[in-house]
Design a protein around this ligand. Structure first.
Ligand code: ADP
Ligand code: GN1
Ligand code: MG
Length: 370
């Protein structure tokens, strides 16, 4: 059982070289995996400063050393590139701190692993795009991120979660959870299980192509949801791609697709009223335009042809993961209410159905920007 992060928060704060004196720390953001806090400090001049302190979820990320090596390597790489282009590295990537004794993270007495970032000031994040322009901006940020990392040496990266986006494996794990039925919940989700089983033949669509060398392995972000990019408060441009825990070799199509899954939906990921959930073709188009403008020139024809499959499989896979977690007792994704993971699974399956109805339009939009 994981101990409450709050119990060791003060020790963690003291382990890092923040500026000024610590004034307080509060839980921050809406991530489903790590424990994130905002640390407020005050400089002698009276000026306030903020940092992000995060306890890494080590049940999810079992190799924190490898994970932090990735984070330092990727942020250093982007900062160097920004500097070389005369841009401000602090508005291009996150600044990660070593601990007071020079370690990449702090290990507390309960074994919890903590890291500290500088808070990206004058920025904001979004749980939903308010308009097409914002979503287009996020596409440019993720597309540029992918383009930039094309020159990054993939052999330097640790695989932080094996088989992370192997939808075939996610399907198998769901079948195992059904078989085990640890919480006696299978009987309440027969409709959802049937929905997944009806589409079993789809789970290998992209990973089988990778195995046949029809798709290239690239350095990808793998968790491109809208709240993993920060926007500049004044220009409203998407500036810093965050949540770098899953930067690993992967498929460009998955990065495209995970953004569509989350950001092109007309409702939040956990909306209970499914009549509100659909995929907005105008948001889908805005994202496709931004992604193609930035990452598009490097994509192969086969990748471009299969962009809608990226959306389909990332959404289907995420639904499968939420449903699996529901059956296993909600130990992976943080939940805030009973049935939360089931509500999330249902929105994903509703979206999958909507893609099936809009498939030709999704393909036509991709063709318009190729
Ligand atoms: P998780 O893996 O749990 O999603 P994230 O790394 O995405 O954790 O962080 C959670 C939230 O914290 C983000 O959605 C964002 O709102 C905020 N956040 C993280 N890092 C920073 C940062 N350096 N500056 C400002 N906000 C941040
Ligand atoms: C998790 O960590 P966060 O909240 O950005 C998950 C993603 C899922 C997403 C669903 C490491 O993302 O894979 O798509 O929840 N991250 C991990 O909202 O499993
Ligand atoms: Mg996140």
């Amino acid at each position: 059982m994981r101990r409450e992060a709050e119990l060791r928060l003060n020790d963690a704060i003291q382990a890092f070289p923040f500026e000024g004196k610590a004034v307080g720390a509060v839980r921050y953001g809406n991530g489903h995996v790590n424990d994130t806090f905002c640390l407020y400090t005050q400089l002698d001049s009276g000026e306030p400063m903020r940092y992000i302190l995060q306890r890494i979820n080590t049940e999810t990320f079992k190799d924190p050393d490898g994970l932090m090596e990735n984070i330092f390597a990727v942020t250093d790489f982007i900062a160097e590139r920004a500097e070389a282009n005369g841009e401000d590295p602090l508005r291009s990537t996150m600044k990660v701190y070593k601990t007071n004794d020079g370690k990449p993270y702090y290990r507390d007495e309960d074994g919890g692993c903590w890291r500290m970032y500088l808070f990206v000031d004058d920025s904001y994040f979004l749980e939903r795009a308010e308009n097409e322009e914002q979503f287009y901006e996020s596409a440019r940020a993720f597309g540029n991120f992918q383009r930039l990392l094309a020159d990054f040496d993939a052999s330097k990266l640790h695989e932080t979660i094996p088989l992370f986006h192997d939808t075939r494996d996610r399907y198998k794990k769901l079948e195992m959870a059904i078989e085990k039925d640890a919480c006696d919940r299978v009987k309440s989700v027969e409709k959802e299980i049937a929905f997944v089983r009806d589409r079993k033949d789809k789970v290998g669509q992209l990973m089988d192509m990778l195995d046949r060398d029809e798709l290239p392995l690239r350095v990808t972000h793998n968790d491109t949801k809208l709240n993993n990019v920060l926007f500049d408060k004044d220009s409203h441009k998407a500036i810093v791609v965050i949540d770098l825990d899953t930067v690993m070799p992967g498929l460009a199509l998955h990065d495209f697709g995970d953004s569509i899954r989350f950001g092109a939906s007309t409702a939040l990921e956990d909306e209970k009223d499914l009549s509100k959930v659909s995929m907005s073709l105008s948001l889908y188009e805005a994202y496709t335009r931004g992604f193609m403008e930035t990452a598009g020139h490097a994509l192969t024809e086969t990748e471009i042809d299969n962009l809608p499959w990226g959306a389909y499989l990332m959404t289907f896979e995420c639904g499968i993961r939420f449903l699996t977690d529901y059956l296993e007792g909600d130990h992976y994704f943080r939940v805030h209410r009973d049935g939360h993971n089931l509500d999330r699974a249902r929105t994903q399956f509703k979206l999958v159905e909507d893609y099936e109805n809009k498939w030709e339009q999704m393909q036509a939009i991709v063709n318009k920007y190729r």
